[in-house]
Design a protein around this ligand. Structure first.
Ligand code: MSP
Length: 642
């Protein structure tokens, strides 16, 4: 039976658009999955969305949407992004799904019954943004959050706690006994050091908001978002349900890998294993924490160092180019930097020159000298042949070892060493000179055969990384399907090569100056259409006509009882009174709009926002600082806007 491989990404917060930093993990896992598949494993790839918590509730509120609508929309966009990026996931779990919620509730109740979770009171500092409690000693200057630097507030509240302290020694021993459990080693050391300082029990419920999974036995509490989120790795497999066959097969299978960014290492290296120990579920996974993609100016973010999105790069340069850059440029154990210069250079030097040209020259020479067909293979051969063969074999070894250790950039580098060696082989064997001498045809054919065989190795090893280019290589050299597998990588397996009549370049060369400038503009946000809106669909007139936009008179208005940012308006839309909740309280005081004639969308499905019904949407213009409600005082309530 085939060995199993279960790989997971973190589940993403639906708080903003995913940039190349947070799509890195997804591409990495996709690559690992494709590699393992090629090695004959039975694989399962899980990704998804982490949709609960205060932060998400707030983002939805700012958009004037109920959280469920907000998360539905972002989940759909994220899936569409993965589809465009050809991410080969098997399951996309959302923490708002029933299948997940039920499992989290069962886990919580079980731990509660066992006494691993207990009810207590929390007194300390709370960071609203990180949804985390901190002790005095953990706080930054001015009682700020040690993680995000924002102000914290003092809080005393009832909370459930997970007994981390009870499992501290067991966890320490587990990590010490399993040196490969956390990689890279530097991260493992960080975790060990943290545990050795002693673990406080963890607050695992909240009563300050309710966009979360309710604790069944005490529904005024919702489960802490990290306990909720981490459980996805099991809930997606049907753990604690009637059909737990995936759980049995993959969690109890041969290899399980959680890939995460360094900022969420502690949750995965401490809370998650302790939850599993308490649940008596074996810790079968290994944990890999990678570094961050940064911009030259600092962190990747709209407000700090700038930001670059995968769509932008994919649409302008291609999916293979994006995958190659992401996987090649982030060093093992460290951070990587996205700069327009390195991005363009990697495409031109590595992909177009080194790799693309090698294929192009080989196909052209086979066409020129042998009408596209080459068969010979001389076992004796020259020293150059032997050296090339040896590099091919050595490359497989290096590549495999590196990937197994999750040193992906190094694995790619080892393929490029083979590419360089193969280019050098052309210089050494000088086929253009052999081609002038009829008596050396066998020698020439042997050289071209060696080049093709080496390219076949390169194509197979790059299959998990460059999806289109590897296919194109096989097609251009006429390599049959059955010789594209990892298990066929023995030099000399290829019987014959039959090339296409005209080679097509794998990667077009870019104009460095032009593209660097273009990318700089995109990062600065000058090229709005390319950076932000490139993936937004165009609306049609029909879409617009569907909206019933009307003039409405504001009859009354008051502050929302449960939300600072919202006003609750009563409006008259021509003989019919409606209630509309609008996110304008920061810009208008509650009575300011009374008697104004405003524009509202009148045919939206009613929603409830923080307990108040909203039967329409108010139109307003805004930028980062200002917001102005559209008024049409010269028109009458009920008049149509079109
Ligand atoms: N929802 C949690 C994960 C829960 S997993 C049980 C979360 N979500 S996130 O959307 O904020 O981040 C998702 C991943 O993106 C994390 O692994 C994070 O480390 C990663 N990255 C965010 N910015 C990144 C870069 N600039 N570069 C590389 N990875 C980055 O955390």
């Amino acid at each position: 039976m085939a060995k199993t491989f279960y790989v997971t990404t973190p589940i993403y917060y639906p708080s903003g658009k995913l940039h190349i930093g947070n799509t890195y993990t997804t591409v990495l896992c996709d690559m690992l999955r494709r590699y393992k598949e090629m090695r004959g494993y039975d694989t399962y790839y899980l990704t998804g969305m982490d949709e609960h918590g205060k932060k998400i509730e707030t983002v939805a509120e700012e958009r004037n949407l109920p959280p469920s609508e907000h998360v539905d929309e972002i989940a759909e966009q994220t899936r569409a992004l993965w589809d465009r990026m050809q991410i080969s996931y098997d399951d996309f779990i959302r923490t708002t799904e029933k299948r997940h919620k039920t499992v989290v509730q069962k886990i919580f109740e079980q731990l509660l019954e066992q006494g691993d979770i207990y009810l207590g009171t929390y007194e300390g500092h709370y960071c609203m943004h990180c949804e985390a409690f901190f002790t005095e000693s953990q706080l930054g200057e001015g009682a700020t959050c040690p993680d995000c630097g924002r102000e914290t507030s003092k809080l005393k509240e009832e909370s459930y706690f997970l007994r981390l302290s009870k499992y501290e020694k067991q966890l320490l021993k587990f990590i010490e006994d399993n040196p490969d459990f956390i990689t890279p080693e530097s991260r493992r050391n960080e975790v060990l050091e943290f545990i050795r300082q002693g673990l406080n029990d963890l607050s695992v419920s909240r009563t300050t908001f309710d966009w979360g999974i309710k604790v069944i036995s005490n529904p005024k509490h919702v489960v802490y978002v990290w306990i909720d989120a981490l459980s996805n790795y099991l809930s997606a497999l049907g753990y604690l349900t009637d059909d737990d066959s995936l759980y049995k097969k993959y969690w109890h299978g041969d290899e399980v890998v959680h890939v995460v960014g360094k900022d969420i290492l502690r949750f995965h290296a401490i809370y998650w294993p302790i939850m599993l120990m308490a649940l008596d579920v074996p810790i079968t996974f290994r944990l890999h924490a990678h570094g961050f993609y940064m911009m030259k100016e600092g962190k990747m973010s709209k407000s700090k160092g700038g930001v670059i999105y995968p769509d932008t790069l994919m649409e302008r340069y291609g999916l293979d180019e994006l995958r190659y850059f992401l996987l090649r440029e982030l060093p093992y154990g460290g951070d990587g930097v996205f700069t327009p210069e390195t991005f363009v250079e990697r495409i031109n030097y590595d992909l177009a020159n080194d790799f693309g040209n090698l294929l192009n020259r080989t196909v052209s020479m086979i066409n020129k000298y042998f009408d596209g067909k080459v068969t010979a293979f001389s076992k004796e051969g020259t020293d150059y042949d032997a050296s090339l063969r040896e590099t091919c074999e050595q490359t497989i070894k290096e590549y495999t070892e590196n990937i197994e250790e999750l040193k992906v950039a190094e694995a790619i580098r080892s393929v490029w060493k083979l590419i360089s060696r193969t280019n050098k082989y052309i210089d050494e064997t000088t086929p253009w000179i052999l081609g002038k001498d009829d008596s050396r045809r066998a020698e020439l054919e042997n050289v071209l055969y060696h080049l093709s065989e080496s390219l076949r190795f390169i194509g197979v090893l790059l299959r998990p990384i460059l999806l289109d280019a590897s296919e194109s290589l096989f097609r251009q050299l006429g390599i049959p399907q059955k010789l594209r597998g990892f298990d066929t990588l023995e030099f000399g397996t290829l019987d014959a090569v039959e090339t296409v009549s005209k080679p097509s370049p794998l990667f077009p060369r870019l104009d460095v100056e032009e593209e660097v400038e273009k990318l700089q503009r995109i990062i600065r946000g000058d090229d709005a259409e390319e950076s932000e809106e490139s993936d937004e669909e165009k609306a049609t007139i029909e879409d617009f006509v569907k909206l019933d936009v009307r003039v409405a008179r504001v009859v009354d208005s008051k502050a929302h009882p449960n939300a600072d940012k919202l006003l609750v308006l009563q409006v008259d839309i021509g003989g019919e009174q409606r209630q509309i909740v609008a996110g304008i309280a920061k810009h208008y005081d509650s009575k300011e709009l009374i008697d104004k004639h405003v524009a509202v969308i009148a045919n939206l499905e009613p929603v409830t926002l923080r307990g108040e019904k909203s039967e329409g949407m108010l139109l307003a213009g805004s930028n980062d600082d200002e917001l102005e409600v559209l008024t049409l005082d010269g028109l009458n309530p009920g008049d149509k806007i079109q």
